[in-house]
Structure formats: structure tokens, C-alpha cells
Design a protein around this ligand. Structure first.
Ligand SMILES: *Cc1c(COP(=O)(O)O)cnc(C)c1O
Length: 352
């Protein structure tokens, strides 16, 4: 079996790299496309639903796809430090790749709103962390100004190389299925990922690699849905902290993706997100972040509009281990504490 060499080497001809670009990689990409029968069943008919499990990337989220590109290009340009604002996953990914490339990584996070696993990663990867009293949107304003004034490269999804790297997920889906899906369901925060997927689908389509393009279905949390309501949200709130963003930087691109693909944007409540999150865990053995579960929650909410006999891919953007607190607070598990170390007791609790 040939080893996966990472997405830059795998899709080199489709990416803005040259022989002289140093490839900073952790072998990201090449993630599995997994059928989810329990979700297909809920949709009914002959619809087949898959998840693109991008939580299996090296730092546990799809951000690694963009970061291998952004950091490799920064290295090529002689950059010594990178900076980002982050709800958590961008900081984890930026820190990992920056360190691998021998650079400093500065990250601004909203104080108190970053999931524990993501914070743990940034700490261990040796990021220089500034927890600011404000939300993601405030942090992004600051890092944009800093990167304009000082010798640090911005690696948020305003960095065009991020989207270039992220578009490879669309290539992988088509390479796996042999055709584009009918729907691509995806959570939206800054809406870079939906824009990147659409770019990827269009490029493969234009190159004759597929006969169709999917309808792009973007989902946001109800308390944080600027693209659904078409207005900036000053104080976004949701349990899905990865998409707790009130003023998405890629909104124009995302709206274009929706319109060109005849897609749609819809919001899902935190309750619907958690239902989908638990469902994936209990019935499919797949543990994703709450933000990722928005793609499944959105699909289930729109199930009456699903075209018959269609193929649907839901993007699971991040790994459930990122946010252990959410998992511990939101589950239907039987958890017996303080059980006596006695065979009879254990057997009786088991129902024997
Ligand atoms: C970053 C992130 C998102 C949102 O992606 P955008 O490109 O900002 O729309 C969704 N889910 C997870 C887990 C993320 O880390």
C-alpha cells in the first residue's frame, strides 16, 4: 500500500506551489468518506448520506488543509512569524505547522470561549497565546491591523492559500465517489470552507473530472447566523464555539457559492446541533465537534427537500475530542458511579 504523502504532494498540479516551495506537512488530507446508514434511513428513499470526516486530520480539524499551504508559502517567502485570530482550531493548526516550519506562532483567542482540547493543543505546540476580552470578530480586527504593520503573516482564511489548500477536500470527495454529490452540507463560521469546496468542485468540473456540481447547503447556529439573516451579529452565541462568528470574512464568496450552485443557507438551533451530535456518536460511532454536527442537523431539518435517490456529503469539520466538556454535559450514557468492586453487583447493574 502506498502511503498518503499529504495534500500538497497529492494535488500539486492544482495548487499554487513550485519546485522551490518548501512543503511543510503533517500528511494532512486523505480523510475517509464514511457512509452513515442511520442518517440515510432518516432521509428515506434511496438517498445515500456520507460524512467527510475531516476531524481525522493531524491536529483534528480541516484547518490543517489550509495551514499546510499557508505555512509552506509563508516559509517560501522567508516569513519568521505567523499570527491568527481563532475560535480554537485555527490556533491549534497554525501553531503545529508554524513550529514544524521553524516559525513563531501568535494566536489571539476570545477569553473563555475556546474548547479545552484546542487550548491544550496551542499550549503544547508552543504558540504564544493572547486571550483577549472580546469575541472572535474583535480578535480578527486586531490581527489584521498587526499583520499590516509588523513582519508577521496572517494565516486566517483571508489568506488566499488557506482556501487553496482546503479546496482539495472537494477533489477527494469526487475521487472517492467517482462523481460529485448532489448536496454538500457544511457548517459555516467565517465561510472560508464552503467557498473553498465550491472552488474545488468548479475546478474539477471545468477539467472534466465530474459531470455535475453539488448544491452547496451552508448551515449556521441560530444564535450566530449572519449569513442566514443577512446581517452582522454583534454578540453571537452558540454551544458550537467553532462557528461563533458574527461577521464572516468570506461572506461575499459564500453567497456567490450558494447562488452559483443553487444552494441554500439555513440555521439550526443548539438543541438540533446536540441531537445530531449525539446521534452520530450513538448510532454511527463517529465523534465530531458540535460545530460539525450542524451539517447533519441542517440536513435532517431540510430532509423534505432532498432530491430523490440523491448522494449527499456532510462535512464533519472537527474531532469530538476537541471539546470534552460539551461531550460530558451532553450525552445519553448510562454512567454508574461508585459501583462496588463485586461481581454480583456489577452483574446486577448489567441486568443479569
Ligand atoms: C473553522 C471551523 C468551522 C467553520 O469554518 P469556516 O471556514 O470558518 O466557515 C466549522 N467547524 C469547525 C470544527 C471549525 O474548526
Amino acid at each position: 500500500m502506498k502511503r498518503w504523502p499529504g495534500l500538497i504532494k497529492s494535488y500539486r498540479d492544482w495548487l499554487p506551489v513550485s519546485e522551490s516551495t518548501p512543503v511543510i506537512t503533517l500528511k494532512e488530507g486523505g480523510t475517509p468518506l464514511i457512509p452513515v446508514a442511520s442518517i440515510s434511513k432518516r432521509i428515506g428513499g434511496n438517498t445515500k448520506v456520507y460524512v467527510k470526516y475531516d476531524g481525522l486530520n493531524p491536529t483534528g480539524s480541516f484547518k490543517d488543509r489550509g495551514m499546510t499551504m499557508a505555512i509552506s508559502k509563508a516559509k517560501e517567502e522567508g516569513c519568521k512569524a505567523v499570527i491568527c485570530a481563532s475560535t480554537g482550531n485555527t490556533s491549534a493548526s497554525a501553531a503545529a505547522y508554524a513550529k514544524r516550519g521553524g516559525m513563531r506562532a501568535f494566536v489571539l483567542i476570545p477569553d473563555g470561549y475556546v474548547a479545552q482540547g484546542k487550548l491544550a493543543q496551542a499550549l503544547v505546540y508552543g504558540a504564544e497565546i493572547l486571550a483577549i476580552k472580546g469575541n472572535f470578530d474583535h480578535a480578527l480586527d486586531i490581527v489584521r491591523e498587526i499583520s499590516d504593520s509588523y513582519p508577521v503573516t496572517l494565516v486566517n482564511s483571508v489568506n488566499p492559500y488557506r482556501l487553496q489548500g482546503q479546496k482539495t477536500a472537494a477533489f477527494e470527495i469526487i475521487d472517492d465517489l467517482g462523481e460529485a454529490p448532489d448536496w454538500l452540507c457544511i457548517p459555516m463560521g467565517n465561510a472560508g470552507n464552503i467557498s473553498a469546496y465550491w472552488m474545488g468542485f468548479k475546478e474539477y468540473f471545468n477539467a472534466g473530472k465530474c459531470k455535475n456540481k453539488p448544491q452547496m447547503m451552508g448551515f449556521q447556529a441560530s444564535g450566530s447566523a449572519p449569513l442566514v439573516y443577512n446581517k452582522t451579529i454583534i454578540d453571537p452565541e452558540t454551544i458550537a464555539t467553532a462557528i461563533r462568528i458574527g461577521n464572516p470574512v468570506n461572506k461575499e464568496k459564500a453567497i456567490k457559492a450558494k447562488n452559483e450552485s443553487n444552494g441554500a443557507f439555513l440555521d439550526v438551533t443548539d438543541k438540533e446541533i446536540i441531537e445530531a451530535y449525539k446521534l452520530l456518536g450513538k448510532e454511527e460511532g463517529i465523534f465530531c465537534e458540535p460545530a460539525s454536527a450542524a451539517s447533519i442537523a441542517g440536513l435532517l431539518k431540510r430532509k423534505d427537500e432532498v432530491p430523490t435517490n440523491s448522494t449527499i456529503v456532510c462535512v464533519l469539520t472537527g474531532n469530538g475530542l476537541k471539546d470534552p466538556e460539551c461531550a460530558i454535559e451532553n450525552n445519553d450514557a448510562y454512567f454508574h458511579k461508585g459501583v462496588e468492586a463485586n461481581i454480583k453487583k456489577v452483574a446486577s447493574i448489567m441486568g443479569f
